[in-house]
Design a protein around this ligand. Sequence first.
Ligand SMILES: Nc1ncnc2c1ncn2[C@@H]1O[C@H](COP(=O)(O)OP(=O)(O)O)[C@@H](O)[C@H]1O
Ligand SMILES: [Mg+2]
Length: 551
Amino acid sequence: MLALPLYSLQVLDRVLSSHSIETLLMLTLIIGTGIIFYGMFSALRTSLLNQVGHWLDYALAPKLLEDAITKSSLGQYVSAAQHQRDLGQIKSFISGGLGTLMDVPWSMVFLLVIYLISPALGFLTVVGMVVLIAFGVINEYATKKITEQSSEGMLKSNILADTASRNAEAVETMGMMGNIIAHWQRFQKPAGEYAERGAARANMVQSIAKIVRLFLQIAVTGIGAWLALHNEITVGGMIASSILVGRALAPFEQAIALWKSFLSARESYHRLNSALATATQLERGTLELPEPEGHISVENLIYTPPKAAPIIKGVTFRISAGESLGIIGPSAAGKSTLSKLIMGLLPPSHGAARLDGAETFKWNRANFGKYVGYMPQQVDLFSGTIKDNIARMDLDAPMDKVIHAAQMAGVHDMILRLPNGYETQYDQMRYSLSPGQRQRIGLARALYGNPKFVLLDEPNTNLDGDGERALLGALTRMKQAGITFIVVAHRPTIVSMVDKILVLKAGTVERFGPRDEVLRMYTPAGVRQSAPAQGSGDPSSLPHAAEGGIA
Ligand SMILES: Nc1ncnc2c1ncn2[C@@H]1O[C@H](COP(=O)(O)OP(=O)(O)O)[C@@H](O)[C@H]1O
Ligand SMILES: [Mg+2]
């Protein structure tokens, strides 16, 4: 960077007065070498900064995705897309702006050279630097608040846009589009206006800074000429200091221009930092254990979500390996919450849920997952083939294991009727697969890999008659295979085949015992003794009986 001004200085002062062609050649050679090094170093710096960007992508991006998934599993709204946007901001600042900021300290070298040529010009340059720094500070204050408000609004509008796309069917059929757009604009519009105002202010500060810099350059040249006329400096010194002052002030001016990108990156950095700081508190267990037999024991389990009343208020029960349990109760009784506690998804506030004596929450997830199957109340599938989905997205899964799981779930024939069978892409079928069909594939996913313990949360909510028969078949096969399982149900139709029943009401166990014993409690004397699935009476009366506390 010093090559050009030093070259001008030497050529004007030495070559022109001495008429020496050798000096000119020698100077050109030295300066040429310097410029080649400059080019190589600046390429090296850019490439290093780009590599830092790539490193962020492979080191941090997976952690951020993990953070978003973990927090979502605990019921917090964390957008994986927002995490990646934040990472993108930081990356683009590192590869686009950081290099320029690194030039700022080198301005001192230029300043020193100017000072050596003429202390007066050096002093003038210092004044210029101070003025530009002042503009930088003004820029920070003028735009910081506005930038924050803008990105906060953007965040909210993105969340709304996400949820609206997920509920597209409701939006379209009920003509909610106008309302949704209006709602979205309530966040998006001010965000856009703030962004515009911020940009306008930054633009003004930048333009003034540019004028200041140009004036200074002219002033240095003018004063340089005056000094040269009085023989205080040489003509070469005058030209060189004019170039040098531009070089010395340019990084400051560019830093002001880059300020917006710096602010966004800083904000993204803070968001990701606090996300990752809370992520470490959520780290789950590391326990790795051999294959369990399938004994489940729940001891005095209490669960209180953060800043809310307890949902599970002291649940205790036990089932042995190979046994099956039906958990029934009215909606909002806490059945799904209890299921998540049993599966080690939520941290118990008190007590424990154990599989073969080991607390499920403390179990390493990957290790635990090999031995269990879980079908959440809301089943959605991943982008990929039906085979990938059943194989829990293990892309190297052997086909026979996949087919075995599908046959256990009673969904093999249904899959064969899909356009490409097991190779059907779920994305193309998203709208033609009914929720019931999705649920049945979810059941096959739960049964993949011969788990020892399986929990199904309301597996029959979306099933038709055929689907329900397939489900009952699946439960029978699970029993034969010796799998311990828990079926959660709102209505008692599918509990006909479980060994034990637990009636959950408002977070406490109302009844727990062998199936027939528990069901008898809820049957008006002598009216109905047969299996409830046959439905001679009204099977749906049970939770209502539980609700009304008839027993
Ligand atoms: N993270 C949470 N924070 C606060 N309340 C919750 C949370 N999760 C569930 N609940 C509440 O706990 C109750 C039980 O929910 P849930 O376990 O889904 O019941 P069920 O599956 O029996 O219908 C509901 O009233 C629900 O609103
Ligand atoms: Mg539920």
